[in-house]
Design a protein around this ligand. Structure first.
Ligand code: ACO
Length: 447
């Protein structure tokens, strides 16, 4: 019997017209532009895909990060996150993400030198910082100052030039710890600390954050390594909200500082980079182990979410959460155990057994324990999304470069389904019916 070769295509029948068409399948996807040939009449625009939140739409082809959410797999350029967390360091992982391969010794030394050589910011940057209010959120400062970097480096506009791209990459990875630390010290009213070349990338960041009057700041090696691993775990996560923002803004051809500032702004939101802060607020609100069952009940009754649980992609477990939990114990050995850790452990224990969470495949995500670690290290809550952004910069840059070099990429421009008014004629204000506006409220708004 002849074997029928399966065809790599999709046959769609439009029941409105009875017509069928064949759409090619490539890499497990159809090009949604192929749906446009499906029309009810010649002047019909053609069928669109409707996908709010891009739940099932691939916006690019990528070689950087692989995630299998059902199996709990995360790999950068093919390397499992567990191996990188155990054996690599943040700058080496950044090299891997951006260049595609692990560096040899010499390349790593040059890469590290080039980044460390770019840690200083223009002196005018301090004037910028001085302009922010004393209580400005450091993430807001970071968004503003990264965007401002584009005004210092006009050459960054030359996005098609590979040498220019390399230079901006070094500048961004080099300067982000400096800006991050400055944003913190501004909010504390402390003097800014200059970078210290004798320290590692992460050690230097800790120095710029916490150095006071001592001649040389000596980072605690356990905390320094823990933070470095946290940066590795945050370094990329394929097409999440902030990375899609970097790609979307970058698709206009703008310089990378502006595109990365957009990524930072996206990361600021509580459903993305702000979740670890929300976890601490939640643990504080719960207050003691006795209150855990009542809190779990309130979540199940729909009165709020268990922050740090659930993920759009991971429906088994978040592999980063496992590693972070181990780091939490190492850090607490050094700093002393936080009572909130016990509440977190109890929440996790109950949630992993409770059918509400099990049925919805809700597991701890990267944010569940990271906030506790940051807090134990002495970072204020406001700094949590800033730390996330610092780790994510190499991933954003790798994705931005991939997009710039991808000949298939176009300016991001989604379609919409218009459900508004049909054409209507302008009505002069004298003849318009009176709007039902609460005049008093309107007055207050204008203040
Ligand atoms: N606590 C309680 N219930 C939850 C939670 C949670 N954390 N997350 C999802 N659910 C429930 C929803 O209520 C919904 O239940 P229903 O089917 O009865 O209506 C179901 O699970 C599916 O939820 P969705 O919101 O549709 O899932 P989605 O994939 O869109 O959301 C998200 C993912 C935003 C991360 C969500 O799980 C959440 O809000 N978690 C808490 C915030 C958080 O930790 N964010 C960090 C994410 S990791 C990161 O950005 C680095």
């Amino acid at each position: 019997m002849a074997v029928i070769e399966p065809k790599n295509s999709l046959t769609v029948t439009d029941n409105r017209t009875g017509k069928s068409c064949e759409i090619p399948i490539e890499n497990g996807a159809i090009r949604t532009i192929d749906l446009r040939q499906i029309k009810v009449s010649p002047d019909d625009f053609g069928l669109l895909g409707y996908d709010p939140g891009y739940m099932n739409t691939a916006s690019c082809k990528s070689n950087i990060t692989y995630i299998d959410g059902d199996k709990g797999i995360l790999r950068y350029r093919g390397y499992p996150i567990e191996q990188l967390a155990e054996r690599s360091n943040f700058l080496e992982t950044a090299y891997l993400l951006i260049k595609g391969e692990l560096p040899d010794k010499e390349r790593l030394a040059v890469w590290t030198y080039n980044i460390r050589n770019n840690t200083l910011t223009h002196a005018n940057m301090t004037k910028f910082l001085d302009g922010f209010r004393y209580d400005a959120h450091p993430m807001g400062i970071l968004v503003g100052t990264i965007g401002a970097l584009s005004t210092f480096y006009a050459d960054a506009k030359d996005v098609a030039n590979e040498e220019s791209r390399k230079l901006q990459v070094r500048r961004l990875i080099g300067k982000i710890p400096t800006l991050a630390a400055m944003s913190y010290r501004h909010s504390m009213g402390f003097h800014y600390v200059l970078p210290d070349d004798d320290l590692s990338y992460t050690g230097n960041f800790l120095s710029m954050m916490f150095k006071m009057t001592e001649m040389h700041y000596k980072p605690n090696p356990v905390l320094e390594r823990a933070l470095d691993v946290l940066f590795i775990l945050h370094a990329d996560h394929e097409q999440n909200c902030s990375t899609s923002s970097v790609r979307g803004v970058g698709s206009s051809g703008v310089d990378p500082f502006s595109a990365i500032a957009a990524g930072c702004a996206a990361l600021y939101g509580p459903l993305h980079g702000g979740a670890n802060e929300a976890v601490i607020h939640m643990l504080k609100k719960i207050g003691s182990l006795d209150n855990v069952p009542a809190f779990i009940k309130s979540v199940k009754d729909g009165e709020g979410r268990l922050m740090g649980f659930g993920h759009r992609v991971y429906k088994n477990y978040d592999p980063r959460a496992k590693i972070i939990k181990e780091i939490a114990f190492q850090v607490f050995e050094e700093t002393g155990r936080s009572p909130m850790l016990d509440i977190a452990l109890e929440l996790e224990r109950i949630a992993l057994e409770d059918e509400y969470f099990v049925n919805r495949k809700l597991y701890p995500n990267v944010d569940f324990y990271s906030g506790l670690i940051y807090q134990a290290m002495g970072f204020p809550l406001d700094m949590f999304p800033v730390l996330f952004a610092m780790g994510r910069v190499p991933g954003w840059l790798a994705q931005w470069i991939e997009q710039v070099k991808d000949s298939e990429q176009k300016i991001a421009r989604p379609r919409q389904i218009y459900l508004g008014e049909d054409e209507r004629n302008y009505v002069p204000i004298e003849t318009r019916p009176k709007n039902r506006v609460d005049e008093q409220k309107f007055g207050i708004c204008r203040l």
